[in-house]
Ligand binder design. Structure first.
Ligand code: NAP
Ligand code: ZN
Length: 346
């Protein structure tokens, strides 16, 4: 066991503080790496503020880790010292059940282990990427293409993979009209990915503050949502991705779907989603579904795609001492568009 520098919440809702956490010794299947950068996902905030239920504290959040390999175990052949690597939301799964075997480890029937706040198979509670070093099973580590800057690549590990999976599943591409609700960390990456896939992307926002940025990043249209916007966009989109961290009028947005379209809930507002009457969806063969992160191979595919198409997030790099202020700014929708911690400042 080694002690490493970290930023962790000492208790529910408390500000994060500098501390030390334990990392296990490098086992035969492990990759050890210096976590050079870690993105701040809204999920980190939901978790340490108790919005998703009780946690074990102290808890270091962070599931957008990017860094360089410092050591590998005897069985590891895919990674070597110095490689640029990332870890997203998953650090363990059985790898034998049907979801695992089909590349959907997040739905492991024997329990997916998430990067922080999960009780791992060895009984320890996982600690995330707000730390200077990590030791992770090689099956859950991915390569970051060399042309992607490590700080900007970090948010791809969650935001990128979370948007990639539904865009692929619902065939975003040429001729498809995609709408993204909420233009924050996830939403802006979704725009960039969908545009690079060839889709026509519209951003639906709760203010008009981000219009210029969205158009610059390639959106064909941007709407501040009000009654007139809902009326004008009726039955307009093939795919709608809701990335909002708060409650939205799901039923009203659902009406913006075309015949045979799909509405995907990604934002993890803790209040239950409003259920729709079956007649609404069935009458036009429209799908209402949810999406949870992505599997490891999908994450690697997304990173390779981003390397090939030079897709990377818009970031603001911060010192670790700014994390608590950054949290407040994320909650106030005042982030352009992902905070990334420079972990060397811990
Ligand atoms: P974020 O950067 O805070 O973005 C959320 C966006 O939602 C904001 O930028 C804002 O966009 C909109 N918004 C925020 N408060 C709002 C309000 N009161 N009313 C209307 N719109 C509001 O958060 P994020 O990191 O992208 O994460 C978004 C959500 O996805 C979080 O709930 C997170 O936990 C969840 N998540 C889910 C998965 C998954 O696998 N399903 C994975 C990662 C994260 P506008 O200013 O454009 O309106
Ligand atoms: Zn996340």
């Amino acid at each position: 066991m080694t002690k490493v520098k970290a930023y962790a919440a000492p208790s529910e809702g408390a500000p994060l503080v500098a501390t030390m956490i334990d990392r296990r010794d490098v086992g035969p299947d492990d990759v050890q790496f210096d976590v050079l950068f870690c993105g701040i996902c809204h999920s980190d905030i939901h978790t340490v503020r108790g919005e998703w239920g009780k946690q074990t504290y102290p808890l270091a959040p962070g599931h957008e880790l990017a860094g360089k390999v410092t050591a590998v175990g005897a069985n590891v052949t895919k990674f070597k010292t110095g490689d640029h690597v990332g870890v997203g939301c998953l650090v363990n799964a059985c790898l034998n059940c049907e979801p695992c075997k089909t590349g959907h480890e997040q739905f492991c029937q024997n329990g997916a282990i998430f990067t922080y706040g999960s009780t791992d198979r060895d009984g320890t509670v996982t600690q995330g990427g707000y730390t200077q070093s990590a030791v992770i099973n090689h099956n859950f580590v991915v390569h970051i293409p060399k042309n992607l800057p490590l700080d900007a690549a970090a948010p791809l590990l969650c935001a990128g993979s979370t948007l990639w999976a539904p865009l692929k599943r619902w065939n975003a591409g040429p001729g498809k009209k995609v709408a993204i609700i909420g233009f924050g960390g996830l939403g802006h990456v979704g725009l960039k990915l969908a545009k690079a896939m060839g889709a026509e992307v519209t951003v639906l926002s709760h203010s008009d503050k981000k219009k210029e940025d969205a158009l610059k990043m390639g959106a064909v249209a941007f709407h501040k949502m009000d009654a007139a916007a809902f009326a004008s966009l009726k039955e307009n989109f093939d795919l709608i991705l809701n990335t909002v961290s708060a409650t939205v009028d799901t039923a009203a947005y659902f009406e913006l779907l075309k015949f045979d379209g799909a509405f995907v809930v990604i934002g993890a507002d803790p209040t239950p989603t409003v259920l729709l009457s079956t007649s609404v969806g069935v009458s036009k063969q429209r799908v209402f579904t949810l999406s949870l992160i992505s599997g490891v191979q999908e994450t690697q595919d997304m990173l390779n795609f981003c390397g090939e198409h030079n897709v990377f997030p818009e970031i603001e790099v911060i010192s670790a001492s700014y994390i608590n202020e950054a949290f407040d700014r994320v909650v106030a929708s005042d982030v352009r568009y992902r905070f990334v911690i420079d972990n060397s400042t811990m």
